[in-house]
Write a protein of this length. Sequence first.
Length: 230
Amino acid sequence: MKIELNNELLKIVPGLKLGINHYTKITVSESPQMLKGRLQLFQEQLFFELEKKPLIDFPNIKAWREIWKAFGSDPNRYRPSAEALFRRIKKQNYLHPYHSAVDLNTFFSLQYEIPAGIYDLNKITGNVHLLRGGEEDGYDGLNGRFNSLANILLLKDDYSPFGSPFVDSVRTAVTEETTSALHVLFLNPSMPDDEALKLVTACGNMFTSISGGDSTSFILSAEQPSIELD
């Protein structure tokens, strides 16, 4: 499988980069109490921080709002997923545990203030491209409705779009049957590639410490706009 960052995107946001973790031989199950506790505590701490600190003062939240605008979308109408999570927590509408893969993805998104998505590799067809959505692009999302992805970054395989930093699709959702997964972290363009790789590798190590299996980490950027997964 090839994963490729469209060159046209780099002309608009030259520093655009994705963190990729390729997981194999994983076990997805109910989250251990340690992860449930950390996720709950982190949300409670973030709630108190949000009482004193505007969302725009979180640098990665701000960066993704600017990316949204650069690609022609309105972040006040279609919010990047990390910002949507922060706004939910600001209302004390805390996220409840789901399963280990989703809970870890949520934890990383909150911890690093970035959109993140995890996808069942066995439900992805052919190669994967990061593109800007057109008027015809959309899918049934995990938010329970059909989502238009015009002017929003999206991940698209040979069949259709399946993921984005806005909301992910039902089609490629990770379940407790998943054994191989693609984990995508939508990073701040200002982060140097070497720091980005350390962050993504740390996420992969934490993921496999809970879910078992193996993790291989990559950065997609102008320096390396495509990778091949074994």
